[in-house]
Design a protein around this ligand. Structure first.
Ligand code: TXE
Length: 494
């Protein structure tokens, strides 16, 4: 990463973004816009369309026509693959520009943003481009005078509602497999981080995706998101975001056409450190990065640190040291470890959680405050709270901010019981040198992803999905294709 290049990109004015409907850039039907505030310094960067219900309906109608006339689903797999590969190439060629645009919009530190956003989005789209001509139907083991065939077809129109923490990466997790299977898509980016995802969608058109196959409508969740959820013409709804919105989407589906709904809703992931961990210094550094990168705004963040009592004080001291060494500040500086919190609303919510934790008996071991207020941006010190009890708010509720709660345990059984004591189950980790214990932890901790002697860092070859109130269905890997596929049986008498 070259600081001078980043500086010249950040100096560029940001164009106004409109909706992308039927291959055209169009303002909201009533002309309304949303001010896009940069969390780096609180200034207004540009505006996006404040989409209306009419805009969402138009986007869905465009996707439906595009699906039914076969302009994409009807193309040969080789032709679809070529377009998606070209799209991945364009994302890669424009990676730094996209990353800087995204950081100006959402505040993620550039080192992480470059890898996780355009980097991972391009890899994801390439992965599904390569996968799409390896999806075979099946022939069922029927009696001799019957041919039983199972076809794998696109479902139709996919609605994708995307959050603000990693708009391109999470966007690609949905758009990649949906488009690979031949579906048409309408995407609804988050109102607090839409620019890089909108630009990424424009690049899809440049790559040759036919108009109407991918539409994007920005605006308030309660307006355009709700219209998408209630649409009678969306077949699959995929979402990453809060549990409250996930619940609403299920209701919308029930109230409309019972569309399939797949949710990824974050978590309260336990990072469990046993006294027999192979390298406690390494574990401390990874634990710090596992909660504080992107200001804790990571669905799999290791937000609960469970530490064996015999090493508790020594290990907490090591995590405090590693965390204090992480530089918080301007996310567009290459040496920044932790950038800005996405919005003032989110920052205030984070501070509220700290206040509650203290009222419930927790003690601050590091941070706890808003910092760098003179910049006009939204920054929070990495915060560590010790003495967090099993039922404390900080142990039970997702903060989605740079706040780590620490709880000691005495036995493996207690560690497992604490790990499984929330409504969530997205990710987790155990640090131990005991092979049997490592496998027991994988079996006994109820999560979609379990790390051993590391935290985070899974690539696109493995699924990411939650259990309990962390959601249903998986992003990533070949398994994600199932969400965007309709099985059809052909029962043929010979
Ligand atoms: O989420 P929302 P917010 C969690 C995290 C965070 C909290 C709130 O705990 O503190 O959610 O964040 C759209 N119908 N996560 O308010 O509201 C919205 O426009 C349809 C965890 O940003 O769920 C945006 O595009 N759509 C998480 C998307 O939903 C609606 C990532 C997510 O916003 C809608 C983000 C409605 N009624 C937040 N209301 C993770 N799992 O990684 C909102 N939206």
């Amino acid at each position: 990463m070259d600081q001078a290049q980043i500086d010249s990109l950040r100096a560029l004015p940001v164009p106004q973004f409109h909706n992308l409907i039927d291959g055209k850039s169009v303002p909201a039907s009533d002309g309304a816009v949303i001010d896009i505030v940069s969390p780096i310094d609180g200034t207004v960067l540009t505006t996006t369309a404040a989409g209306t219900v009419a805009d969402m309906d138009a986007a869905i109608a465009s996707a439906r026509v595009a699906f039914e006339d076969g302009r994409w689903a009807g193309q040969s797999p080789a032709a679809r693959k070529k377009v998606l590969l070209k799209w991945a190439d364009l994302i890669e060629v424009n990676a730094l520009e996209l990353a800087v645009l995204g950081v100006r919009d959402n505040g993620t530190e550039i080192g992480m943003a470059l890898k996780a956003e355009p980097g991972s989005a391009a890899a994801t789209i390439r992965y599904y481009a390569e996968a799409l001509d390896k999806v075979y139907g099946e022939i069922a083991p029927t009696q001799n005078d019957i041919l039983g065939m199972i076809h794998k077809e696109p479902v139709g129109v996919v609605g994708a509602i995307i959050p603000w923490n990693f708009p391109m990466m999470i966007g690609a997790w949905k758009l990649g497999p949906a488009l690979a299977m031949g579906n048409s898509v309408v995407v609804k980016p988050s109102e607090t981080a839409s620019l890089s995802l909108m630009r990424m969608c424009e690049l899809a058109l440049e790559a040759g995706l036919p108009p109407g196959v991918l539409n994007a409508v920005t605006g308030e969740g309660r307006v355009v998101g709700e219209a998408m959820g209630l649409s009678m013409d969306v077949d699959v709804l995929v979402f990453t975001g809060s549990g409250a919105t996930g619940r609403r989407l299920m209701e919308y589906a029930a109230r409309s056409n019972m569309k399939r709904v797949y949710l990824e809703l974050g978590g309260k992931s336990p990072n469990m450190v046993f006294a027999d961990a192979p390298n406690l210094d390494e574990a401390a550094k990874v634990a710090a990065a596992g909660i504080f990168r992107n200001s804790g705004q990571v669905c799999v963040a290791g937000s609960r640190l469970l530490v064996e009592a015999s090493i508790h004080d020594e290990f907490v001291a090591a995590v405090v040291k590693a965390s204090a060494a992480m530089r918080v500040g301007d996310p567009l500086k290459v040496d920044t470890h932790i950038g800005a919190v996405n919005s003032e609303v989110q920052l205030n919510a984070n501070l509220g959680f700290v206040k509650t934790a203290l009222a419930e008996g927790g003690e601050i071991a590091l941070g706890g405050d808003r910092i760098l207020q003179e910049t006009g941006g939204y920054y929070m010190a990495p915060t560590i709270v010790t003495g967090v009890t099993r039922d404390a708010t900080l142990a039970q509720k997702e903060v989605f901010g740079p706040v780590l709660g620490v709880t000691p345990f005495k036995t493996e059984e207690e560690a497992i019981s604490l790990a499984n004591s929330t409504v969530y189950g997205l990710a987790g980790a155990a640090w131990t040198s005991n092979l049997s214990r490592a496998h027991r932890m994988v079996r006994c901790v109820r999560t979609g992803v379990m790390h051993i002697n590391t935290y985070g860092g899974a690539d696109g070859t493995v699924p990411l999905g939650g259990v309990g109130q962390s959601g249903n269905g998986s992003d990533k890997s070949l398994h994600a294709l199932e969400k965007y596929t309709q099985l059809k049986t052909a029962w043929i008498k010979l």
